[in-house]
Write a protein of this length. Sequence first.
Length: 119
Amino acid sequence: MLKGLGDIASLMKQAKEMQGRMSEIQDRLALMRIHGSAGGGMVTFEVNGKQDVLGCRIDPTLYDSGDREMLEELAVSAMNDALHKSKQAAAEAMQEITGGLNIPGLEGMMSKLGLGSGN
């Protein structure tokens, strides 16, 4: 019976360590700067590893063209590119924590943090 308590204590210690590493990863993700672009770089979005939008740059010639539809399509494409890259960076950061292990419940936790592959 005491052995079981030791196992629980060990699991609790591992959980606390994992929590600390998750916090470190969240901090790293917040500091990342990831760019997505479309139209040969005419539209660029900057996001961090937590998928927060940090900035947008649109080439002034797109305004001058008067083609609102094209501008909207390029903006959506550039944003999707940035978010895809950000999610990939977050997944890679999570791999560092887990060492590639398939930890039950981790995918659900990542999704709640906005880091899951299904987002």
